[in-house]
Design a binder for this molecule. Structure first.
Ligand code: COA
Ligand code: AMP
Length: 633
């Protein structure tokens, strides 16, 4: 079947299409309805179906002859450790840790926060939650205590699972100190914390609140899986919104399992038994879907890499992993390759390794520049597939579906809509635009299985964020256009979300922190282009009268504040003091125009601008301070 035939099938009879795809996973009870609406009028997939995601990812494979196959390779150049888990071994670990959770009172529907680094125990904790029907919420380690506290207060976890530390190349990050500070700030207090002690840093445990992972295991009884409804939540993953408050993206069990399986077959074109590697972090959606769930649901061997593309120990670590584990399909963010290219522009280190096992390289997480795409292709000599998706979708929305038919690659485009996604580019009136006209990228409802059915405990925000701008469509937040051949080009976010080294961040959040400094009268944080990280945030501040600090002193304080409140992952390092910000007459800051000035892109100021003379003033200041296009980054 061709891509077009399969795609057309998914569009013309979605329920038949997704009923057939659901046959690929083992259900305890088959769904009675394929697509329905819940009591709030929101679309739901596979009502009546009963399953367990941990069973599908582990027990099912052991029962079907994969018990001795490797499920998980753990490779940690930062601790010089490697470990291998077969499906049987991983199942044993998950059963036992589920027993620990159960002994601490965890039941179906409870929430658990997991704040952990890239170690096997993180995967074990996630699957153990899924086993009990508990809802996990993994928080990325690069966030500061305040961000963790916000998530604790929103998810209201029964327990928090953590590790004593994370390791960032050579720095040891004290996770327990972050947890302690977060719990001091949070109103909600979990009943307890389970702490995995790593040899690099042992944490003092708080009597009555903290429990040592290993000690708990020694008295635990293995826990069997709990059947859950297809529509029961599997996890919550917080992601940046356009306000300072993150959004709790909810994922259900049934639609997710079907979408994961479908994507492995039809997008990634990988077979059960093969090695699939996503070099990301379990704290992001890429890690949830393509380090943990999809490879295991599909019966592949997955790799948990606790390292970076560079400096662990060098820019050859990706090639070493591909050779050592015979990786068949590899997925990472373009920024990782830009980091490698910077250190090893001619790919000399690649010559030391045999990467012949590799069939495809997939890139996502941010816009892929053509130079990076071509550099990767020339070096690895495999098709490089740019594909586009987001936390909310949980799996690709645009891709070259290599498992069906490899379409010609058009650099700069993430190819065509994936089956199930009725993608349109619309104008301000919500009407689809003709080819090559740029507009908002939207998906006609219903979204396919696996996409968010709702936000955690916030239907009103779900509707206002995604469903109200273009009635009948889900609004992705991205802009783009479709060319004459139906290829889609994503041009970037049209809201104030930025993407720094493949990490999605809210500038509104950073503005909230900067504005809280007593010397700041008003401010704007914008994301500007950066050669390595794709985008980086820059703060522009107007000072209150009478402030005597130097610009340098103030910048230092603001950088420290954002690092302490949002986290190091924000990479907020640059601040400029300005006399005034460009605004409309009603006082709205023209951030988009500021961004265009910094990136050297053409722009036309709105007729509502308060004072045009601010624009050349700002342009001059950016040049003087080496912000943006004139910077030699
Ligand atoms: N725990 C604690 N701190 C973390 C962290 C974690 N899990 N992840 C990142 N940080 C810290 C880093 O140590 C760094 O701190 P610093 O300012 O003290 O140096 C800061 O957050 C910024 O990290 P990062 O954005 O990773 O930048 P980097 O310069 O250390 O590395 C890359 C740049 C490109 C090598 C790196 O971002 C990378 O490997 N990206 C791959 C893409 C990826 O994983 N994308 C996710 C979605 S697919
Ligand atoms: P996240 O939710 O963290 O996965 O970030 C999703 C956002 O990253 C999308 O809305 C896009 O803005 C951007 N993004 C992801 N993949 C791509 C891609 N292949 N091309 C362009 N932008 C991308």
């Amino acid at each position: 079947m061709t891509y077009q035939e399969l795609y057309n099938k998914s569009m013309s009879s979605p329920e038949t299409f997704w009923r057939e795809q659901a046959e690929a996973i083992p259900w305890f009870e088959k769904p009675t309805r394929i697509l329905s609406k819940d009591e709030e009028g929101l679309y739901r997939w596979y009502e009546g179906g009963v399953l367990n995601t941990s069973y599908i990812a582990l027990d099912y494979h052991v029962e079907n002859g994969r018990g001795e196959q490797v499920a998980l390779y753990y490779d940690s150049p930062v601790t010089n450790k490697k470990q291998v888990f077969t499906y049987r071994e991983l199942l044993d670990e998950v059963q036992l840790f589920a027993g620990v959770l159960r002994a601490r009172g965890v039941e179906k529907g409870d929430t658990i926060i997991i704040y952990m680094p890239m170690i096997p125990q993180t995967v074990i904790a996630m699957l153990a939650c899924a086993r009990l029907g508990a809802i996990h919420s993994v928080v990325f380690g690069g966030f500061a205590p305040h961000e963790l506290a916000i998530r604790v207060d929103d998810a209201k976890p029964k327990l928090l699972v953590t590790a004593s530390c994370g390791i960032e190349i050579t720095k040891v990050i004290d996770y327990m100190a972050i947890v302690n500070e977060a719990l001091k700030e949070a109103e909600h207090q979990p009943e307890g914390c389970i702490v995995y002690q790593r040899p690099q840093l042992k944490s003092p445990l708080k009597e009555g609140r903290d429990f040592d992972w290993e000690a708990q295991l020694s008295s635990a009884e293995p826990a069997d899986y709990t059947p859950v409804k297809a529509t029961d939540p599997l996890y919550i993953l917080y992601t940046s919104g356009t306000t300072g408050r993150p959004k709790g993206v909810m994922r259900d069990n049934g639609g997710h399992a079907v979408a994961m399986k479908f994507s492995m077959n039809y997008i990634y074109g990988v077979e059960p038994g093969e090695v699939y590697w996503a070099a990301s972090d379990v704290g992001w959606v890429v890690g949830h879907s393509y380090i943990v769930y999809a490879p295991l649901i599909h019966g592949c061997s997955t790799i948990l890499f606790e390292g970076k593309p560079v400096r662990t120990p060098d820019a050859g670590s990706f090639w070493r992993i591909i050779e050592e584990y015979k990786v068949r399909v590899f997925f990472t963010a373009p920024t990782a390759f830009r980091a490698i290219k910077k250190e090893d522009p001619n790919g000399e280190l690649k010559k030391k390794y045999n990467t012949g096992s590799l069939k495809h390289l997939f890139l996502a997480g941010e816009r892929c520049d053509v130079a990076t795409l071509e550099w990767c292709g020339n070096l690895l000599r495999v098709p490089v597939i740019d594909h586009w998706w987001q936390t909310e979708s949980g799996w690709p929305m645009l891709a070259n579906m290599a498992g069906v038919e490899m379409l010609p690659i058009k650099p700069g485009s993430a190819a065509k809509p994936v089956c199930g996604y009725d993608l349109k580019v619309v104008g301000p009136d919500g009407e689809p635009l003709p080819p090559n006209r740029e507009g908002a990228v939207v998906i006609r409802l219903p979204l396919p299985p696996g996409c968010l059915p709702n936000l955690w405990n916030d239907t009103a925000r779900f509707l206002s964020s995604y469903m109200s701008a273009y009635p009948g469509y889900y609004f992705t937040g991205d802009g783009g256009y479709i060319d004459d051949d139906g290829y889609v080009f994503i041009t970037g976010r049209i809201d104030d979300i930025i993407n720094v080294a493949g990490h999605r961040l809210s500038t509104a959040k950073m503005e909230e922190v900067v504005a809280s400094h007593p010397a700041v009268a008003e401010c704007a944080v914008i994301g500007i282009e950066d050669q390595m990280k794709g985008q980086i945030p820059v703060g522009f501040v107007v000072l209150k009268g009478g402030v005597e600090k130097t610009e340098e002193e103030l910048a230092k304080e603001l950088v420290a504040m954002v690092r302490n409140k949002v986290g190091p992952v924000a990479s907020f390092k640059q601040v400029a003091v300005v006399q005034r910000l460009p605004k409309t007459r009603s006082g709205k800051i023209l951030r988009r125009i500021m961004r265009h000035i910094a990136d050297g892109k053409p722009f036309s100021p709105p007729s509502t601008i308060e004072d045009m003379t601010v624009l050349p003033e700002l342009e001059g200041l950016m040049k003087e301070k080496h912000i943006g296009q004139s910077a030699d980054s």
